[in-house]
Design a protein around this ligand. Structure first.
Ligand code: GLU
Length: 293
């Protein structure tokens, strides 16, 4: 199924205020602004701050300063995901009611130990496109009574998508429209490659996949412009759109800005930080040139 194209272009830049912006964010933000202008569309800014332990008002403020310095303008009010946990909870409840989500009790350490034991035994363990091991398949087969008992006992748990059921019962072949710097055209989604993704974390409300899908639909985003590092995650977002009966966007995954070591920039790399470059007297025109725009 190919999503239909929607009218009235709306784009968004969606940083997480858990660190300072660097040149990679500048490319993403400027591309969003340029494409919004070219399409005659709106540009929204969204704070992806579901991880309230790592996101701070100081980082959020620094993002506003950096973006204003880059010459960007965006609509107010800015949506903060931390103010919309109810929206994500409703989406989770929908999936639970359809038998597509289950409570997952293993900690990260316990999963790691299972994987290590299997691999020490010479058995291979499936991994997602980011290299993380899939959640153990047998954990989705706990009985309802057992789950209830553990939840009632206060056992910490996440909620995961039952990918096998989702694929079997609900997914027809899914595609998305891609216009970015990698593969383009109709891309066949492959959500199964991700295994039982987390929908609701045990240590924080919601998850990246659930909140980004709910928000992009809720805010009427027609074009998602973001880095190629999120290309494969789009398969999960496309499946969640399908399961939750939400409209899909067109996707544009742009090239990444790499550091001298050939790796993606991280928020701790000071010398590519926008605030540092601004302090050195660079202008937004210099930043455009540096990121190849
Ligand atoms: N919040 C994500 C990040 O800062 C971006 C998510 C997205 O654009 O879909 O990497």
């Amino acid at each position: 199924m190919i999503p239909p194209t929607r009218q009235n272009p709306v784009l968004r830049f969606a940083p997480s205020p858990n660190g300072l912006l660097h040149l990679g964010h500048a490319l993403s933000a400027l591309l969003n602004a340029d494409m919004a202008a070219a399409l005659g569309g709106r540009l929204l800014l969204r704070m992806e701050d579901i991880d309230v332990t790592r996101c701070t008002p100081e980082f959020e403020h620094a993002i506003y300063e950096d973006l204003a310095w880059l010459g960007l303008d965006w609509e107010r009010p800015v949506r903060r995901q931390s103010e919309h946990f109810d929206d994500y909870r409703r989406a989770l409840e929908t999936l639970i009611a359809r038998g597509l989500a289950y409570p997952a009790f293993l900690t990260r350490g316990e999963v790691k130990a299972r994987v290590a034991a299997a691999e020490a035994d010479g058995r291979s363990w499936p991994r997602d496109p980011d290299g993380a091991p899939h959640y153990p398949a047998d954990e989705r087969d706990l009985s309802d009574a057992e789950r209830r008992c553990r939840i009632d006992a206060g056992t910490r748990h996440a909620w995961r998508l039952d990918m096998r059921r989702a694929m079997k019962e609900y997914a027809e072949a899914l595609f998305w429209m891609e216009t970015g710097d990698g593969e383009t055209g109709e891309i066949a989604a492959d959500p199964a490659a991700w295994g039982d993704v987390v929908l609701w974390r045990s240590d924080a409300p919601s998850s990246y996949h659930l909140s980004v899908t709910v928000d992009d639909a809720g805010q009427g985003i027609t074009h998602v412009v973001r880095g190629l590092d999120l290309f494969h995650a789009t398969s999960v977002h496309r499946l969640l759109q399908h399961l939750l009966d939400l409209p899909a966007s067109v996707y544009h995954h742009h090239r990444l800005i790499l550091g001298p070591d050939g790796r993606k920039l991280s928020k701790s790399e000071g010398d590519t930080g926008l605030a540092v470059l601004r302090g050195q007297g660079l202008t937004s025109a210099d930043i455009r040139r540096l990121v190849g725009l």
